[in-house]
Design a protein around this ligand. Structure first.
Ligand SMILES: Cc1cc2nc3c(=O)[nH]c(=O)nc-3n(C[C@H](O)[C@H](O)[C@H](O)COP(=O)(O)O)c2cc1C
Ligand code: SF4
Ligand code: SF4
Length: 261
């Protein structure tokens, strides 16, 4: 729960107004949280406070004192970056440095999350041996069950549709009982992906891998044990793109289909 430092609070009421669950009230003892109200730890109260009067578990509620300045060309750059993001499947042998991946996942902590729960956690597979063993298990599963037969037929002609030629794989897992594990994970991954591609890293959403990692127990056995009631909700192929220079933005034939009500 948050705390308000009365010594610096100027009772401007801004935090009271911004709080999404009306947790804060003015009282004889100053601004304080109302007992029994749901606080989602979003720190919006701290982010609007002009005197940094709000703390959470002994720490300031704000990340940094100053707001970053966004440059004039930002809107155009953002639009271009979103349109130039592509799914990459062919990669060089160069490993993506852990620092770059870590920075991307740190940034993803600022993505929206249902009730600010942020239950998504990450596993990065860098071992080529583990990746090969996972691929073998997937191919066995496909042959035994007949599910997604294209995985095997493509592999026979040297095209790995599960992991491309990735140098590492990212697996995202989350609490099945959280409010929106699938959506929260997708938004966090989207945020991370935009950052990674801005840093020159190639990414591709690995839907087959996510599904198979949840379906095939032997894959789970190769990886650190998931906490109880957790599942994989997303996966990426990662690496530096090789021979994948997109000369144009591809056409999107299905575009914003909107009904205004
Ligand atoms: C899947 C999802 C559902 C959400 N649903 C609601 C909602 O119904 N009402 C609401 O006020 N905020 C909702 N939010 C917003 C979150 O509470 C918010 O992202 C979180 O508190 C973090 O705050 P921020 O987005 O300002 O960083 C939702 C967010 C997500 C990702
Ligand atoms: S952290 Fe968010 S929910 Fe909690 S009191 Fe502050 S604004 Fe309200
Ligand atoms: S925003 Fe800060 S200064 Fe204003 S009432 Fe809230 S705690 Fe006090």
């Amino acid at each position: 729960m948050i705390k308000v430092n009365r010594d610096v609070c100027i009772e401007c009421m801004t935090c009271v107004t911004i709080c999404p669950f009306t947790v804060l009230e003015e009282s004889e003892k100053g601004i304080r949280p109302i007992k029994g109200k749901i606080c989602i730890d979003c720190m919006h109260c701290g982010a609007v406070c002009p005197t940094d009067a709000i703390s959470y578990k002994g720490q300031s509620a704000i990340y940094s004192d100053e707001l970053p300045v966004i440059g004039d060309g930002f809107i155009k750059d953002l639009k271009n970056h979103v349109m130039m993001r592509r799914s990459h499947r062919h990669f060089t042998e160069e490993q993506v440095p852990r620092e770059v991946i870590k920075d991307a996942l740190e940034l993803a902590s600022w993505a929206p999350s249902a009730k600010n729960q942020h239950t998504t956690k990450w596993m990065i597979i860098e071992s080529q041996d583990v990746m090969n063993r996972i691929m073998d298990l997937i191919l066995d599963h496909v042959k035994k069950t007949g599910v997604s037969p294209e995985i095997a037929t493509e592999m026979e002609i040297g095209n790995n549709v599960v992991m491309g030629t990735a140098t590492s794989l990212l697996l995202a897992y989350a609490d099945d009982n959280s409010i929106s594990p699938e959506t929260d994970t997708a938004i966090a991954m989207t945020t991370a992906e935009l950052y990674l591609q801005a840093k020159g890293v190639g990414t591709c959403w690995a839907g087959y891998l996510k599904r198979m990692a949840n379906t095939i127990p032997e894959i789970k056995a190769l990886l650190p044990k998931l906490p109880e009631h957790h599942s994989f909700y997303g996966a990426f192929m990662l690496g530096y793109p090789e021979n994948e220079e997109f000369l144009h933005i591809p056409q999107r034939f299905k575009r914003a289909d909107i009904e205004w009500v």
